[in-house]
Design a protein around this ligand. Structure first.
Ligand code: NBX
Length: 832
């Protein structure tokens, strides 16, 4: 039986129940999978069984495209982008797979016929939380865009058994629960034990002379671990291209020690196994801080070594020498977490393939490119030389060799400017020496980029200034983007439908087309739909809040939202000071006129970050008092949504009126939540930080609520001496608010609970909350006025959303392809 399906981009010849795209075939396949894989019939199936049965059904369709794609890549011996990232936050897979392969509507239809709602099945999926925040989510957006653009790419990373912890709130405090995301199986991954690789650790090195009389080194390792790849298909939007996300899982080399086992000591026989498998057990839950944990370096080296060996294995399958290696492979490292790859590729080339140093170095530099994601110096990775040498003795030698040659070059350029040489060195000298991973990444790469215009400028002028002086041609900016498939089409289906009604479907691959909708700005129907969609989305979120927090919020109040990892530099506390200010005003004058607002927070704190955890507690304490106060009369509500993750994010962004992007200028590299909010028609209140600056340029300054010191002003203020107490003394409202917190008003019975927050602000106020407090209030006043004029607000909302085309990750990926990777799309035929 043959079916032919026509969609604008694809013409697929279909042979059987595993590839058929019509509703009848899909329904048959679904029931078949339910029965033969889940071993259930419709009467006994749990919602999870139904989710699994549908996932198997979609997966079959993906596999066909995946196999064709990989065959095409192989046959054409294409150039591949290898994206190295210790983190990926792809979000739920089912909805995305359905949309991309063009089965969302057919699946909805046949499920309805069976009496099920597709969205209910989608809710069953446990999302893979294999990342902390922006950096991991960016990697996932990039994978989606590369597949959609048809660019051959593979994402390499770690298959953590436990992803980012699940956050629960008890008594207003954050508690962490292990994320057992694989507990009920994962239909989206395919283990590839046949591509197993071995990774060595520890031991020492031995020098020897080879038969040609050349000096060589061999690494006599102490132990080794096996890496098994698990592949997840990454489908492009309505193309035949399906790329691969290849995540490595650690296994012990031998299942157990038979000698010990036979002597009767079973526990000891399996001890080594447990140890090895620890490497990929758990994701470190810190973002934008650095913790020098040995296991973390083991994770980094493990996945990077597995990936490089895998790349070389695939290369050698089709080549007899290394001459075209740099034509076929380019590697992007997502921050410095994979930077050890530079030393590992040198080791593989020099020690294992016996390539001479200079040629190996040429290859390495040509292959690697480095993306920096932080301006916080405390977040830069530095490994104690002692630890490094114990774990990777050969790599340490290689790094010293790279450094010697590099500093020689630097001296020839800068003379003996020893202060500068010391800053450039890959080794930080001192009583405890450190390997500086950012320096290694800069020296070993041919391209270095920041993730927003301001961020790149600050890298060039400050954080990496010495490297910029040496090799300015390596530097470029690549402003971040986010995928419109997940963050518009999937998360905001009503808005997507409105777009498609007016524009057709092309906007989904070319978000810049949305600007055409400016023609409809004054079209009453369009505006009415716009308002209705926002109202519906807010209504949905209000229901979620009622269900999970038991708090009733008014859907027509201003939804003012800050969701992101909790960090002092992101200034959740500044928004909370504003909330308390309004509360304080209401208490002084309960009859005052006030635009009703719902303040929504969400975000995880690193488990060891005491201040961030106290901020979460403080939000809850303030919420408890305000939400219950009869003087407030429901005009202000404060909500903290637990366990912020990709799935929750997809519900929140479309419901926002106001997006809070209020980091201290010069601290947030880019931000990407800022883009996701604006794409949903939220207006931004923000500082001139990260990509906010470019968002404001795109949407127009008149459609953006700007406040705060600039990065330059922040530096200048700090340089001449910043005294938070001056602001406290002169700003009476600020003083009242701080005094209210300090008095224990929000912590009845525990007056000192929030003392550490107050003290940090009064003593240092590292992130200049006091300096920006008044201008933030003033700006919020403008927000109030704008929201009161609903037509004006609607105009601004529309203009924000439709001018966001630049922030599609398709644009970002296009730029990386053109400027850094020198690569492009490859067509994939299904019937070839
Ligand atoms: O990367 C984030 C930045 O803070 C954002 O400004 C930026 O938009 C985003 C994407 O470029 N950085 C980030 O998320 N870092 C981490 O998650 C992180 C994780 C582990 C670690 C250090 C940082 N050791």
């Amino acid at each position: 039986k043959k079916h032919v399906l026509r969609t604008p981009q694809v013409r697929v010849q279909v042979e059987d129940d595993r590839t058929g795209m019509d509703t009848e075939t899909l329904k048959r396949a679904f029931l078949d999978n339910l029965y033969y894989i889940q071993a259930k019939d419709l009467q006994n199936a749990t919602p999870y069984d139904l989710y699994m049965a549908l996932s198997w059904t979609v997966r079959d369709r993906l596999l066909q495209r995946w196999i064709h794609t990989q065959e095409t890549y192989l046959k054409q011996d294409v150039r591949s982008v290898c994206y190295f990232s210790a983190e990926y936050l792809p979000g739920r897979q089912l909805g995305n797979a359905l949309v991309n392969v063009g089965l969302y509507e057919p699946a909805r239809t046949f499920l309805r016929e069976l009496g099920f709602e597709l969205v209910d099945l989608m809710e069953q999926e446990n999302e893979p939380g294999l990342g902390n925040g922006g950096l991991g989510r960016l990697a996932a957006c990039f994978m989606d865009s590369l597949a959609t653009l048809g660019v051959p790419a593979i994402g390499y990373g770690i298959r953590y058994e436990f992803g980012i912890f699940a956050q629960t709130i008890q008594g207003g405090w954050q508690f962490e629960q292990p994320d057992r995301w694989l507990r009920y199986g994962n239909p989206w991954e395919i283990p590839r034990p046949e591509y197993l690789v071995e990774v060595k650790f520890g031991g020492h090195t031995e020098a020897y002379t080879d038969p040609q009389g050349r000096y060589r080194v061999s690494w006599v390792h102490e132990r080794s671990v096996l890496g098994t790849p698990y592949d997840t298909p990454v489908p492009g939007y309505r193309t035949n291209t399906v790329n691969t996300l290849r995540l490595w899982s650690a296994r012990a080399t031998e299942d157990f020690d038979f000698q010990v086992f036979n002597s009767g000591d079973f526990a000891r026989a399996v001890a080594g196994k447990t140890y090895s498998e620890n490497i990929t057990k758990v994701l470190y839950p810190n973002d934008n801080t650095y913790q020098g944990k040995e296991l973390r370096l083991e994770q980094q080296y493990f996945f990077v070594s597995c990936s490089l060996q895998d790349i070389l294995r695939r290369y050698w399958d089709h080549h007899v020498d290394l001459d075209s290696f740099t034509d076929k492979v380019t590697i992007q490292i997502n921050d410095t977490h994979p930077a050890i790859g530079i030393a590992e590729l040198m080791r593989l080339l020099v020690d294992e393939y016996l390539i001479e140093w200079d040629r190996a170095w040429q290859i390495t530099q040509k292959v690697f490119a480095y993306t920096n994601h932080t301006l916080l110096s405390e977040a830069l990775e530095r490994w104690p030389v002692s630890l490094f040498g114990r774990l990777l003795p050969r790599h340490l030698e290689i790094i010293y060799e790279i450094n010697e040659r590099f500093l020689h070059l630097a001296r020839s350029r800068f003379g003996n400017d020893e202060a500068r040489i010391a800053r450039l060195s890959l080794i930080q000298e001192g009583s405890e020496k450190y390997v500086r991973m950012a320096n290694l990444a800069c020296v070993g790469s041919h391209a270095i980029n920041g993730v927003a215009k301001l961020h790149t400028e600050l890298l060039e002028q400050d954080v990496l200034a010495d490297f910029y002086a040496l090799t300015p041609e390596k530097f470029s900016n690549k402003t971040n983007g986010v995928t419109p498939r997940r963050f518009v089409l999937l998360s905001n289906p009503k808005l997507a439908l409105l777009y498609t009604e007016r524009l057709g479907q092309e906007w989904i691959r070319d978000l810049a087309l949305l600007r055409k909708l400016e023609d409809h700005l004054h079209d009453a129907d369009f505006r009415a739909s716009w308002k209705q969609i926002k109202a519906d989305n807010k209504h949905d979120l209000a229901e979620y809040i009622l269900h999970f927090n038991g708090i009733e919020v008014a859907p027509d109040s201003l939804f003012d939202i800050q969701v992101k990892r909790v960090h002092e530099y992101k200034r959740q506390l500044l928004m909370l000071l504003y909330v308390i200010t309004l509360y304080h005003r209401l208490k002084q004058n309960p009859a005052m006129a006030l635009q009703p607002r719902t303040f929504i927070f969400a975000g995880k704190a690193a488990p060891g970050y005491t201040m961030a955890k106290l901020i979460i507690k403080c939000i809850h304490s303030v919420a408890a008092i305000i939400n219950a106060d009869p003087d407030v009369g429901g005009r202000l509500k404060v909500v903290f949504l637990a366990n912020f993750n990709v799935s929750l994010a997809q519900r929140i962004y479309p419901a926002a009126d106001l997006s809070e992007q209020i980091s201290t200028a010069g601290k947030e590299a880019s931000g990407t939540g800022n883009m996701k909010f604006a794409m949903g028609g939220a207006l931004t209140i923000g500082t001139l930080d990260g990509a906010n600056i470019e968002i404001r340029e795109q949407v127009g300054p008149e459609n953006f609520f700007l406040f705060g010191l600039t990065a330059q002003q922040v530096y200048a203020l700090k340089a001449r001496g910043y005294h938070p107490n001056d602001y406290y003394q002169t700003n009476t409202e600020l003083r009242s608010v701080i005094d209210l917190v300090a008095s224990g008003h929000f912590s009845p019975g525990r007056p000192d609970l929030f003392r550490p927050l107050v003290d940090a602000l009064m003593a240092r106020d590292e992130y200049l909350l006091f300096a920006d407090y008044q201008v933030y209030l003033d700006c919020q006043q403008q927000v109030d006025a704008a929201f009161a004029d609903s037509e004006r607000w609607t105009t601004m909302s529309i203009l924000n959303a439709v001018r966001m085309g630049y922030f599609s990750s398709d644009r970002s990926m296009g730029e990386y392809c053109r400027d850094i990777w020198k690569t492009g799309p490859v067509a994939v035929e299904l019937n070839g």
